[in-house]
Design a protein around this ligand. Structure first.
Ligand code: ADP
Ligand code: MG
Length: 305
């Protein structure tokens, strides 16, 4: 084979790769610049679990952490989940947030079954629709408050130019605007948790999941965090796991009790969605470039060189 032919082939392959990469990037940006949809009824069901079972491990070592959970949640409410240690609270929260997957049953998000979700669908859901808050804050120690919050935007593909404004807005909401240049170890526990809440909020997700967010805080600071989560729940779903029934009673709008992988009490049950939309319908609403289009564009690009 001639050297020039080899160079041409290498060139063609490189160009194809670059074009595909650009096409995929373009598609990602397009997703993020979607117009906000019309205001939705806060009483709509946003999410339901239908007979969700979770088994960890296999054979003799199998642990059935969830034994058939049926639950539905409204678009806007503040739900507390109570129950003894090991009863499956974290497992349920992780499944709702797409951090872990159910073994049986279904998780229905906005009327769409997740049974056929691919990794990419879960990534999109986690990055755009859910914000997580953990007991141990999970902040990156060597990064500033600003950088910690900004990371959530970077991961979901928001361009740099738009990031700073949104980070400052989120930090203002949690009352930490004047701490943006500090490192986590220069903050109190309550302040660190508020940074984590800002990070969870910065993508404007529909759902905030908080796993024992006040578990490491004193009473006074816990109250501040609860007030903040209550405020946040006015326009989204907040599901919080807690060991503190007094705080749950005082601040949340609904209390769910779990025992041994099952729901044993629910102060205001929500009707699950019965009419499931098909995935196709949903796809029509969110137009994006197909792999074929990306491929065709790349070829066109190649031959018009
Ligand atoms: N990754 C895992 N592998 C195996 N077993 C697990 C795992 N995560 C949780 N479990 C088990 O599942 C059950 C429920 O755990 P978890 O959801 O963490 O409970 P809770 O948050 O209510 O304390 C427990 O028996 C626990 O040991
Ligand atoms: Mg737990």
């Amino acid at each position: 084979m001639h050297l020039s032919t080899i160079i041409l082939i290498v060139d063609a392959v490189l160009l194809l790769g670059i074009s595909l990469f650009l096409a995929l990037r373009f598609r990602k940006k397009k997703k993020n610049t979607q117009e906000p949809t019309a205001p939705q009824d806060p009483n709509d069901t946003i999410l339901s679990l239908s007979n969700v079972v979770k088994v960890y491990g296999e054979g003799e070592n199998a642990v059935k952490a969830l034994k058939g959970i049926d639950l539905a949640f409204k678009r806007s409410e503040f739900v507390s989940v109570l129950g003894p240690s090991g009863c499956g609270k974290t497992t349920m929260l992780n499944i709702i947030g797409g951090l872990d997957h159910y073994t049986e049953g279904d998780l229905i998000i906005n009327g769409v079954s997740t049974k056929r979700y691919k990794d990419r669908d879960w990534d999109t859901y986690r990055n755009h629709s859910v914000g997580f808050v953990f007991q141990s804050y999970n902040l990156i120690p060597h990064q500033s408050v600003m950088q910690n919050v900004e990371l959530a935007l970077t991961l979901s593909g928001v361009p740099k130019s738009a990031r700073k404004k949104r980070v400052i807005e989120a930090l203002t909401k949690v009352g930490l605007k004047d701490q943006i240049h500090k490192k986590p170890n220069q903050l109190s526990g309550g302040q660190m948790q508020r940074v984590a809440i800002a990070r969870a909020l910065v993508n404007n997700p529909d759902i905030i999941l908080a796993d024992e967010p006040t578990g490491a805080l004193d009473t006074e600071t816990s109250v501040q965090v609860m007030e903040l989560l209550k405020e946040v729940s006015k326009e989204r779903l907040v599901i919080m796991v807690t060991h503190n029934p007094e705080l749950a009673e005082k601040y949340s709008s609904r209390i769910i009790n779990m025992v041994d992988g099952l729901i044993k009490g629910d102060s205001s049950p929500v009707k699950p969605q019965t009419e499931l939309k098909t995935r196709k319908e949903k796809k029509v609403k969110k137009p994006s470039m197909s792999f074929f289009t990306a491929f065709r564009l790349s070829l066109k690009n190649l031959f018009t060189k």
